[in-house]
Design a protein around this ligand. Structure first.
Ligand code: GDP
Ligand code: MG
Length: 550
C-alpha cells in the first residue's frame, strides 16, 4: 500500500460514550466482520473486557475502504476511556495522525473527553468530533456541538452526528477519516553517514514512517537545519537510486549536507512542514582511547590534516583536538572508541591517504582531582557477577580500570584461553585509583611529552623501560646524559649515556673544502631533526621509539 493511501487513527472518548460500538460498525461496513446482531464490542477481546463491558487494552484493526475509486488501508486503534488506562491512549495516539473524538449526545463533554482531547491536540493530530447516540430520546446534539465549539474551539459544523448503535451516518465517519486524516508523516533515523567528494554527505537512513521523495524539503531534529532531497535510493549493496523511500525501507540519501556533522548519527529526519518527535536515537559515541597523531615530518602537516579531516568525515565517532608536542611538533590528539578502532583509523590513513603518521601510546581519559595525597584506596578489577550460560560457558562481569584492558588484555585473554574466550567492554564510569604522575628527566630537565600517568604499582617497571628505551635512542653526545624517571622529586629509575665526540671532520685532512662543507651541511641537516632539551640534542626518533606502542 502506498503511504498516501494509509490512514492511522484512533477512537477516543469518555467511558461508555460508544467507542467500541462505533468500532463494530466500522468493521462491519468495511467487511472486516460479518454484520450480525451479535457484534457487540468485538474489539473488546479480553474476558475482563467482556465481563465489565469496558475496553482495557487498546486494540488495532486494519480496514480496507474504497473512497472515490481508491482503496485505502485504515488502521483503527480502539482505546480505553477510563482514566486508569490513559497511558494506553497516549501510546495509541503516538501511532496515529488523527482521532475520532466521540461525545455522547446526551451526556456531553465529560472529564475524559477533555483529557483525551488534549492528548491528541498536543500530539498535533487531526481531531474529528463525532456526536454519538443521536437515536436516544433525550439526545441533544445541538447543545453538545456548542460545548465542543466552546471548550475545544472546533467549529460546530465539523461535528458528525451518528448513532453507532444503529449505524446512522457511520459511513460518513470513514469518508472524513480518508479526507481529513493526513498520511503517515515521514520520519527516518540517520544511522550512518559518509562523505562523497561530489555529492557531499551521503546519509544512510531507516524510514520509520511515511515516505520521502526527491525534491522534498526535509529537516533534522537535532540541528534543526533544512535541506532539499537531491538523491535517494536503496543499497543493494551498491547505490540504486529510486524515486522515494517508504516506511520500513533502509536506504541512502543525499540532501546537500556539506559536513558529516550535519548528518548526526541517531538524528531524526522529517518533512519540514511536519515536524515529529525525535526517534530514540543512539547514545552519542564516546571516545575511550586517546592517542596523539603527528606527521613524521612537519612539512607533511597540512597533508595529514586534510587526510584526518576527510577520514573523520567518514567516521564521525572520532574526536579530534589540536595538540602539539615539543618533540613531535604540531599534531592532534584523537579519541577513538577502542584500540581496534584506532588501529583501523591509522591503517586507513596510511593506506588510503598515504600518510606518514607517528602515533603515540594510547591513553584513557582520567579525571584528576589534585590533592596533596592523591591517595585513595586502590581499586583493581572487581567482580560484578558470574553466570553459567551452559555447562561449558561462563559469563563473568568485572569492573576494570580501562587502562588495564585497553592495550594488550584482549590478546592475552585470547592466548590464555586458546582463542575461546571472548571479551567486550562498556564504560563503567570514573573510579578513584592510585595513579601518579611520572616524569622523565634528561640531565634533570623534565621532558614534558614523556610525562605520563601510571598506576603506582606500575611506575617502577614502566620508568625503567622508558629509561632503557630512551638510552637506546639518544646518540652519545659530548657530555654524559642522565636519563631518569621520577615521581615528584623521587628518582625511581636511571640510565646513563656516556659522552662521545663524533667529529665529522676527523677524516678530512686539510685540503678539500667542498667535501668539508658537504659534511658540515649534512650534520646541520641531521641537527634539524633533533630537539633540544636543555643542552641535549635528542633525535625525534627517540621520542617516537619511546612513545610508540611496541
Ligand atoms: P465505550 O466505553 O466508549 O467503548 O462504549 P461502548 O461502545 O462500550 O458503549 C457503551 C454503551 O453505550 C453500550 O451499552 C452501547 O450499546 C451503548 N451505545 C453505544 N453507541 C450507542 C448509540 O449510538 N446509541 C445508543 N442508544 N446506545 C449506544
Ligand atoms: Mg470500549
Amino acid at each position: 500500500f502506498p503511504v498516501e493511501r494509509i490512514r492511522n487513527f484512533s477512537i477516543i472518548a469518555h467511558i461508555d460514550h460508544g467507542k467500541s460500538t462505533l468500532a463494530d460498525r466500522l468493521l462491519e461496513i468495511t467487511g472486516a466482520i460479518v454484520t450480525t446482531e451479535k457484534n457487540k464490542q468485538v474489539l473488546d477481546k479480553l474476558q475482563v473486557e467482556r465481563e465489565r463491558g469496558i475496553t482495557v487494552k487498546a486494540q488495532t484493526a486494519s480496514l480496507f475502504y474504497t473512497h472515490k475509486g481508491h482503496r485505502y488501508l485504515l488502521n483503527l486503534i480502539d482505546t480505553p476511556g477510563h482514566v486508569d488506562f490513559s497511558y494506553e491512549v497516549s501510546r495509541s495516539i503516538s501511532a496515529c495522525q488523527g482521532v475520532l473524538l466521540i461525545v455522547d449526545a446526551n451526556q456531553g463533554i465529560q472529564a475524559q473527553t477533555v483529557a483525551n482531547f488534549y492528548l491528541a491536540f498536543e500530539a498535533g493530530l487531526t481531531i474529528i468530533p463525532v456526536i454519538n447516540k443521536i437515536d436516544l430520546k433525550n439526545a441533544d446534539p445541538e447543545r453538545v456541538e456548542a460545548q465542543i465549539e466552546k471548550v475545544f474551539d472546533i467549529p460546530r459544523e465539523e461535528c458528525i452526528r451518528i448513532s453507532a448503535k444503529l449505524g446512522t451516518n457511520v459511513d460518513r465517519v470513514l469518508q472524513e477519516v480518508v479526507e481529513r486524516v493526513p498520511d503517515d508523516v515521514f520520519k527516518a533515523l540517520v544511522f550512518d553517514s559518509g562523505f562523497d567528494h561530489y555529492r557531499g554527505v551521503v546519509a544512510n537512513v531507516a524510514v520509520f514512517g511515511g515516505r520521502v521523495r526527491k525534491g522534498d524539503r526535509i529537516a533534522s531534529a537535532f540541528l534543526g537545519k533544512s535541506y532539499e532531497v537531491q538523491e535517494l535510493g536503496l543499497l543493494r549493496p551498491h547505490e540504486q537510486p529510486t524515486d522515494g523511500l517508504y516506511a520500513g525501507q533502509v536506504g541512502y540519501m543525499v540532501a546537500g549536507m556539506k559536513d558529516v556533522k550535519e548528518a548526526q548519527i541517531g538524528d531524526t529526519l522529517y518533512h519540514q512542514q511536519h515536524p515529529v518527535d525525535a526517534l530514540p536515537g543512539f547514545k552519542p559515541a564516546k571516545a575511550m582511547v586517546f592517542a596523539g597523531m603527528y606527521p613524521m615530518d612537519q612539512s607533511e602537516y597540512t597533508g595529514l590534516r586534510s587526510a584526518i579531516d576527510k577520514l573523520t568525515l567518514n567516521d564521525s565517532s572520532v574526536t579530534v583536538q589540536k595538540d602539539s608536542s615539543m618533540a613531535l611538533g604540531a599534531g592532534w590528539r584523537l579519541g577513538f572508541l577502542g584500540l581496534l578502532h584506532m588501529e583501523v583509523f591509522n591503517q586507513r590513513l596510511e593506506q588510503e591517504y598515504n600518510a606518514n603518521v607517528v602515533v603515540t601510546a594510547p591513553t584513557v581519559p582520567y579525571k584528576a582531582r589534585l590533592s596533596s595525597a592523591r591517595l585513595i584506596k586502590n581499586r583493581r578489577a572487581t567482580q560484578e557477577n558470574m553466570l553459567y550460560i551452559d555447562e561449558h560457558r561462563v559469563m563473568m562481569k568485572y569492573i576494570f580500570p580501562l587502562n588495564e584492558i585497553v592495550v594488550d588484555f584482549y590478546d592475552l585473554l585470547k592466548s590464555l584461553s586458546s582463542g575461546y574466550a571472548s571479551f567486550d567492554y562498556e564504560n563503567a564510569g570514573y573510579q578513584a585509583a592510585d595513579l601518579i604522575k611520572m616524569d622523565i628527566l634528561l640531565n634533570g630537565k623534565s621532558v614534558e611529552e614523556l610525562t605520563m600517568i601510571v598506576h603506582r604499582q606500575r611506575a617502577y617497571s614502566m620508568g625503567k623501560a622508558m629509561c632503557e628505551r630512551l638510552k637506546g635512542s639518544i646518540p652519545r653526545q659530548m657530555f654524559e646524559i642522565a636519563v631518569q624517571a621520577a615521581i615528584g622529586s623521587k628518582v625511581i629509575a636511571r640510565e646513563t649515556i656516556k659522552p662521545f665526540r663524533k667529529n665529522v671532520l676527523a677524516k678530512c685532512y686539510g685540503g678539500d673544502i667542498t667535501r668539508k662543507l658537504k659534511l658540515l651541511k649534512r650534520q646541520a641537516e641531521g641537527k634539524k631533526k633533533m630537539r633540544r632539551i636543555g643542552n641535549i640534542d635528542v633525535p625525534k626518533d627517540a621520542f617516537i621509539n619511546v612513545l610508540k606502542r611496541t
